[in-house]
Design a protein around this ligand. Structure first.
Ligand code: ATP
Length: 290
């Protein structure tokens, strides 16, 4: 049985659809006397089912860009579209799931009730919500904490609850801002492999912010490298890897999936290409300055 069943959302956004379209977007914070140009003239398209990571130095505008897509902020100029709709319409239609650095859990709800929330909003029945939440809590290794409250969990555990919640409604788009940032290396690699499996099953598009070059390469079809402020897209590195052996076999399985991929010559070369692009070298091989 598939751990993450196909949801109608996948059919709602046919293959070839554009999940995210950012055009000429700038975001300036602050007043006229001391403006902070966080993003300048950013263009980015993410196809349905595509996994795109944003990487760049601290303060280059990665989170700002993700927040604009999530309709948590508005661009100063330019447009953001999600599956052809405005970011606001997409938010209201719950077209995406969010897992951000700050877990953003509701402190008065149990862990399970937090994971169930998107399903409750979608009108899912009680038994189905519970089954799905328990499945996802097993996936992120938190089954025994289902009845705890968020303040009884470590920061990394809270992040894992937020990831489970983001996946609950099998959204066609996942917006993830350093979701694995507070996790130990083993848990992080395990969840990376699980995320690959989930994306393969649901064909969700993902926009993923990370500071880790190997993580970006492991997960992504394309790695978008941003420049220091004002944030612009410096390079886009296409990553072509055979990930079939890196996809986790199922929830709760802690096999050493991905180890072969992480030592593969193509993986090492892609890591080097992103590193070179990040450090301002010449345009990396395979880069596509879209
Ligand atoms: N609400 C805000 N008001 C004023 N300035 C802001 C606001 N949000 C972000 N900024 C500024 O915009 C710039 C980009 O911030 P952002 O958080 O997007 O960077 P980032 O690349 O995600 O950084 P990090 O990797 O450190 O998380 C920074 O200079 C930041 O100080």
């Amino acid at each position: 049985m598939s751990a993450v069943p196909q949801q109608p959302t996948a059919a709602a956004h046919p293959r070839g659809a554009v999940a995210v379209e950012v055009e000429g977007v700038s975001r300036v914070f602050g007043g006229r006397s001391a403006p902070v140009v966080a993003l300048e003239d950013v263009d980015l398209r993410v196809a349905a089912g595509e996994f795109v990571s944003l990487i760049g130095p601290s303060g280059c505008g990665k989170s700002t860009l993700l927040r604009l897509v999530a309709d948590l902020d508005e661009p100063t100029s330019g447009t953001v579209r999600v599956f052809g709709s405005s970011a606001r319409e997409a938010r209201l239609a719950r077209d995406y799931g969010i897992a951000f650095q700050q877990a953003g859990l509701l402190p008065w709800r149990t862990v399970r009730a937090n994971v169930e929330l998107p399903l409750a909003l979608a009108g899912a029945g009680r038994a189905g919500r519970r089954e799905r939440a328990d499945e996802l809590l097993a996936l992120v290794g938190l089954t025994e904490f289902a009845d705890h409250h968020p303040d009884q969990l470590s920061g990394g555990m809270q992040q894992r609850v937020a990831i489970a919640r983001a996946l609950a409604d099998s959204p066609s788009l996942l917006l993830m801002d350093e979701p694995f940032g507070a996790l130990d290396e083993m848990t992080r690699e395990h969840l990376q492999a699980q995320l690959l499996r989930i994306c393969a099953e649901t064909r969700a598009a993902v926009v993923f912010v990370t500071h880790s070059i190997p993580e970006a390469v492991f997960l992504s079809d394309r790695v978008v490298v941003m420049s220091p402020r004002p944030g612009r897209i410096r390079h886009v590195v296409d990553v072509t890897l055979d990930r079939s052996g890196a996809v986790a076999p199922g929830p709760g399985r802690h096999d050493d999936v991905g180890d072969d991929l992480r030592t593969d010559a193509a993986f090492v070369a892609a890591v080097a290409a992103v590193r070179e692009a990040l450090h301002g070298g010449t345009v990396a091989r395979g880069a596509d300055p879209r």
